[in-house]
Design a protein around this ligand. Structure first.
Ligand SMILES: CCCCCCCC(=O)SCCNC(=O)CCNC(=O)[C@H](O)C(C)(C)COP(=O)(O)OP(=O)(O)OC[C@H]1O[C@@H](n2cnc3c(N)ncnc32)[C@H](O)[C@@H]1OP(=O)(O)O
Length: 214
């Protein structure tokens, strides 16, 4: 059974409330044979920061000074929360957030769900609905949750609200992540960055742990 595409986070190992999908099925909608796995025993504890997966990541890397430097927190089930402050450098229209920046914030938050499943996965497809404009200085309250898993395919959804965690929805997203092996990165990444990452014993150990214990 799959989780809801609605914003109710899915409790551990069970489906969310039986609500109808908000829009026609797309390649990011979990199929009927999708399952909701249990939260991994080594998943970050509920309420704790998941932490950056790579210091130079544009979404979460603390050393990426021009990046979003997002801090994502684990939820009780297969869900996460994050907050993102829209800064002047994130503008698209005057005084308004660039849509691509908002999608990046959603991508990063959705990608953090991998840590609850303890697997490495990359975005295969990401769909977004821009519901209302997001002014500069806004605090975007993001929630994301797993909606189903089929083999290597992880289906998930998320939303970003402004004016408070229960404020109006500004952006919705649905995504399909695909589980990959460490070789996905070592084969395709720029060699000097791969070497530096592999020379970091903590990062390498973490990546390998994900691989042997998906
Ligand atoms: C470590 C965490 C980092 C998180 C960072 C934040 C998230 C990111 O931004 S990741 C970066 C952006 N994403 C990428 O660069 C991915 C680029 N794409 C790829 O490398 C490959 O296309 C990849 C890995 C997604 C899939 O390739 P491959 O491993 O050969 O699998 P493939 O057999 O093609 O697909 C597997 C399944 O997924 C499905 N699938 C793959 N892509 C899509 C898609 N875009 N739409 C729908 N279905 C898809 C396939 O149809 C297939 O389904 P089935 O098993 O039913 O036949």
């Amino acid at each position: 059974m799959t989780g809801s595409l609605s914003p109710n986070p899915t409790p551990q190992g069970s489906a969310g409330p039986a609500e109808p999908p908000r829009q026609p099925l797309t390649p990011t909608s979990p199929p009927d044979d999708a399952v909701l796995p249990a939260r991994h025993p080594e998943a970050p504890a509920p309420g704790t920061a998941i932490g950056s997966h790579y210091v130079h990541c544009f979404g979460c890397g603390p050393q990426q000074t021009g990046g979003l430097q997002m801090d994502v927190r684990a939820g009780e089930g297969l869900d996460v929360t994050a907050e993102f402050v829209v800064k002047p450098l994130h503008q698209g229209g005057p005084g308004l957030a660039h849509g691509g920046i908002l999608v990046t914030a959603m991508d990063e938050t959705l990608g953090s769900l991998n840590w609850l499943l303890h697997t490495a996965a990359v975005t295969g497809r990401l769909e977004s609905d821009f519901v209302r404009p997001v002014p500069v200085d806004s605090l975007l309250h993001i929630r994301a949750w797993v909606t189903g898993v089929v083999g290597r395919k992880i289906y998930c959804a998320g939303e970003g609200r402004i004016g408070g965690p229960e404020g109006p929805v500004a952006i919705r997203a649905q995504a399909l992540f695909i589980q990959v092996k460490l070789e996905h990165f070592t084969t395709h990444g720029r060699p000097e960055d791969i070497k530096a990452a592999l020379d970091d014993p903590d990062l390498f150990k973490r990546a390998r742990a994900f691989e042997v214990n998906p």
